[in-house]
Design a protein around this ligand. Structure first.
Ligand code: NAD
Length: 459
């Protein structure tokens, strides 16, 4: 079978299912989404084992990923009605004879293309919110984690039997590409910026709207007054956890010079040993970044080129790495950290913002006002103060980036709206005394309206 043979029928079936699903309304969908959630929660061990097997991460890390995904699913199911449901809005002065209502309606069928690094949490950030907004979903998981994707769809079919509201199509990028021109009403893509460019080009041909959750080169800023123990722990977790294969993980640390060495010492003691990487290609990218950093004058404080082996990669901490090195400019997606000293927090902000990516950041300082002020100056979609990835577990917060990290938002109210279309409806209750919307408009009415207009806006 060709890829189109797989994708076309799935999208056609999804379109039928979308009619039923959309017609259920928020309450009908909520109870079914919560049934799916319970099924996932009851079988978390089984799902985590599968994720661990396919990605190489530990079963506990996989379970944590499922727990986070389930929190989001629960929130999306319970909040969709409140966020998207029909509501009255002010009709303003000119249209005061109308009742104005706003409602966020389903788009129809959403195509979700997922990555392999968090094969449950990441795609469900789109899938759960798209379903809660009333859409049917055709989901193409990464070719590296197909069984996890299939598991999620099978779980759906068991919890919500009947219409194929959530389907999976399996395969590589060619299947993803087929989905982008299959006529779905929106594509939610999570993956690299390079693939996002291809997806956007295809979507442009059919004007299919797109949300892109891309990669990152997230910075951590550590001020001189920071709790260095906590900052080092967070850098180690954010930089080395999941073998560094986290879109919003830490890849760069900018730290005030006075506490630089103390931080490096603490970080060194937390560096983990070799970890399995998910894909066979990734270690060679990591190696090229380490080699380039060292060739340009950076120094390896923990590990080195020898830490990067084809099967497993040990933690590498690179210090004083020139800002034009690959390890600073490109997403490494491995258990490496660049730690560069700065003379001030201002310099840290400038360097953090110099990246083409803008997904998230973390900030360590004991001064909460300063922390918030730093966050607001960062060109990112999220920031976490005195922790890493704090936002990831808050379902009511939107998630997404700027620049090469993408556009559009998943999670939160914005994430629900991303998968809906706003529909504005007015209903005229009575004829306006000053009715200007007619061809035989009374010139006196126009003169009176102009007088009112000047009084209202011209003073
Ligand atoms: P990738 O870009 O290689 O692939 C992503 C998905 O796109 C896969 O399912 C793949 O099969 C599909 N694909 C490939 N070519 C395609 C095409 N021409 N048309 C349509 N689909 C196509 O990314 P990856 O290696 O699977 O994932 C890692 C990347 O994802 C990293 O950059 C990471 O930072 C990013 N990521 C971002 C987030 C986020 O939420 N922002 C979350 C997780 C991962």
């Amino acid at each position: 079978m060709t890829t189109t043979d797989v994708v076309g029928p799935a999208v056609a079936q999804a379109r039928e299912a979308a009619r039923w699903w959309g017609g259920l309304g928020f309450n009908g969908r909520r109870s079914r989404l919560l049934a799916w959630k319970r099924h996932i929660a009851q079988h978390i061990g089984e799902l985590a084992a599968l994720v661990a097997e396919e990605t190489g991460k530990s079963q506990d890390d996989a379970a944590l990923e499922v727990m986070l995904a389930v929190e989001h699913l629960d929130w999306a199911a319970r909040s969709a009605g409140k966020v998207l449901g029909r509501r009255k809005v002010s009709s303003g002065m000119l249209a005061s004879n109308h009742v104005a209502t706003l409602e966020y309606l389903p788009l129809g069928v959403v195509g979700v293309i997922g990555p392999w690094n968090y094969p449950v949490y990441t795609p469900l950030g789109s899938v759960s919110y798209a379903l809660a907004a009333g859409n049917a979903v055709v989901f193409k998981p990464s070719e590296h984690t197909p069984r996890t994707g299939q598991w999620l769809a099978d779980a759906w079919a068991q919890a919500v039997p009947g219409e194929p509201v959530l389907q999976v199509v399996l395969g590589d990028g060619t299947v993803g590409a087929a989905l982008t021109w299959s006529g779905v009403d929106k594509i939610a893509f999570t993956g690299s910026a390079a693939t996002a460019r291809k997806v956007m080009a295809t979507c442009a041909e059919t004007l299919t709207p797109l949300v892109v959750e891309g990669g990152g080169k997230d910075a951590m800023i550590v001020a001189a007054d920071a709790d260095l123990e906590a900052a080092a722990q967070a850098a180690a977790f954010g930089g080395f956890g999941n073998a560094g294969q986290t879109c919003a993980g830490v890849e760069r640390v900018y730290i005030e010079r006075s506490v630089y060495q103390t931080f490096l010492d603490k970080l060194g003691s937390l560096a983990p040993g070799p970890q399995k990487m998910t894909t066979p290609e990734q270690p060679s990218i990591v190696r090229s970044h380490v080699e380039d950093a060292l060739a340009r004058g950076g120094r390896a404080v923990v590990g080195g080129i020898e830490s990067v082996q084809p099967a497993q990669v040990g933690a590498v901490v690179l210090a004083e790495v020139p800002e034009d090195s690959l390890a600073v400019t490109e997403e490494t997606f491995g258990p490496t950290l660049v730690v560069n000293p700065v003379d001030s927090v201002d310099e840290a902000i400038r360097l953090a913002n110099a990246s083409k990516y803008g997904l998230a950041a973390s900030i360590f300082t004991k001064d909460s006002h300063a922390g918030t002020a730093i966050a607001r100056r960062l060109r990112t979609g999220a920031a976490s103060i005195n922790a890493v990835l704090g936002f990831a577990g808050v379902p009511s917060l939107p998630f997404g980036g700027v620049g090469d990290s993408g556009f559009g938002r998943i999670h939160g109210a914005d994430g629900l709206r991303e998968f809906s279309r706003a529909q504005s409806v007015t209903r005229q209750r009575f004829h306006a005394p000053l009715d200007l919307m007619r061809l035989d408009r009374d010139p006196k009415a126009m003169a009176r309206a102009l007088k009112l207009f000047r009084f209202r806006h011209g003073r």
